[in-house]
Design a protein around this ligand. Structure first.
Ligand code: APR
Ligand code: PHB
Length: 393
């Protein structure tokens, strides 16, 4: 039988960041990832990092390339009503910058650090089963041709929304809360010079967003019907839709070019409670999903990682369960505030299929009210820059 202290299911950003932080404390970890390394690295996700996320990556010793290549931003742009634009200066409001740096690059940095430190990540692991969560935690799984049993003290469920960890919590204990949205985001990556800032655009035809990965790589999105297929979206149709939704002075600055990646993402809000059952702790997308408006998914995963790292370290170093017992309620408090912000920003900026001209006018008026008011800008900035992490030591 194999043995470890913390078995980590899932080798995405949550799983590997947690593994690196725990290993730094001398805690034995084993990471089990269902997909191949190539598959994980091919996923294109968001790329906006709160300052606490950046700090945590530095603490894990994976901040070097991020420090060199990440771009610091003082604020974010919002546009509506064809020509109205406002740059919300979140630095002035919070004294915190945020950074654009792609999740794919973070995943590369995490894998490189794991390799450099001799921390093995098992890829292509199948048939994972979790047992004994209330008395004798065990994981059974298939690695290559062999079936293994792994004995551990704790299991970190970092296996994303479609993982199996959440299902290990009995139905009479697990509560889930969900909202799906009747639209998706059609996203394009292109080797073109991005705009200087991130722009969120409200338009009567639907939402649009300009973002970036590096000085030569742009990421753009347009709202599309939830059941649209990729074949419906030629590059020409995408650019034409994007440019029509952007205010003309910004559209004039957007460089278009061939797409190098295209995808349609559904929008969903989801929370599972509690985030702990016996020896199992849910982390990141395994416990919650936010729509991408506001780019909070990865940042929320990182605050979970921080809380669990703090709890497990205190447990192993001092045999004190205080922070481990506080994990689920503490993480959920921050999760719900962030879920609320992402839901609110999604409602404010998107066009619903049954939307009336009245709804459109109230959205535009809300955008004007927020940006005209110092208190409104402050409130928006605090949430966009990210809620503080409790006891951020
Ligand atoms: N066994 C092992 N691994 C699994 C299993 C399973 N049964 N099911 C899923 N996985 C793996 C997936 O292949 C994936 O690599 O778990 C990983 C989960 O990674 P993510 O889905 O990226 O979730 P997480 O690590 O929590 O990352 C935070 O927040 O909003 C998002 O874009 C953001 O992906 C980011 C996420
Ligand atoms: C991205 O860069 O992909 C991005 C930026 C901001 C968002 C969502 C995604 O709100």
């Amino acid at each position: 039988m194999l043995k470890t202290q913390v078995a980590i299911i899932g080798g995405g950003p949550s799983g590997v960041l947690l593994a690196l932080l725990l290993a730094q404390e001398g805690i034995a970890v084993t990471v089990l990832e269902r997909a191949s390394r190539v598959h994980v690295l091919a996923r294109i996700r968001a790329g906006v990092l709160e300052s606490t996320t950046v700090d945590l990556l530095h603490r894990a010793g994976v901040g070097e390339r991020l420090g060199l290549e990440g771009k610091l931003h003082r604020g974010t742009g919002i546009a509506w009503g064809h020509e109205q634009t406002y740059l919300i200066d979140s630095y002035a409001a919070t004294q915190r910058y945020f950074t654009t740096y792609g999740q794919t690059a973070i995943q590369e940095d995490l894998y490189a650090a794991a390799e450099a430190r001799g921390l093995t990540i098992h890829f292509d692991v199948s048939d994972i089963e979790i047992d004994g969560l209330t008395d004798n935690p065990r994981i059974r799984c298939q690695i290559g041709q062999h079936t293994h049993t792994l004995a551990c003290d704790f299991v970190a469920g970092c296996d994303g929304f479609h993982g199996i960890s959440r299902q290990a919590i009995p139905n009479d204990i697990l509560k889930t809360f969900e909202r799906t949205y009747p639209f998706g985001w059609m996203g394009v990556l292109s080797e073109t010079k991005p705009l200087d800032d991130i722009w969120y655009v409200h338009h009567a035809d639907g939402f649009a967003l300009a973002s970036m990965r590096n000085p030569k790589l742009s990421r753009y999105y347009v709202q599309c019907p939830a059941d649209d297929r990729l074949e419906d979206w030629s590059d020409d149709r995408f650019w034409e839709t994007l440019l029509r939704r952007f205010p003309s002075h910004l559209a004039a600055q957007i460089e278009t070019g061939p797409s190098i990646e295209k995808s349609i993402a559904p929008l969903r809000s989801f929370v599972a409670e509690p985030m702990r059952y016996g020896a199992l702790f849910l982390v990141g997308d395994a416990a919650h999903i936010v729509p991408p408006t506001g780019a909070k998914g990865l940042n929320l995963a990182c605050s979970d990682v921080y809380y669990l790292w703090r709890g497990l370290t205190q447990w192993y170093q001092e045999k004190d369960p205080h922070w481990l017992d506080a994990y689920s309620p503490t993480a959920l408090t921050r999760v719900w505030k962030t879920v609320r912000f992402s839901w609110w920003l999604t409602n404010l900026l998107h066009c619903y299929p049954d939307q009336t001209p009245f709804d459109l006018k109230t959205q535009e008026s809300e955008l004007a009210s927020i940006t005209e008011s110092p208190a409104g800008r402050q409130w928006f900035a605090e949430q966009y820059a990210g809620y503080p992490i409790e006891d951020w030591g």
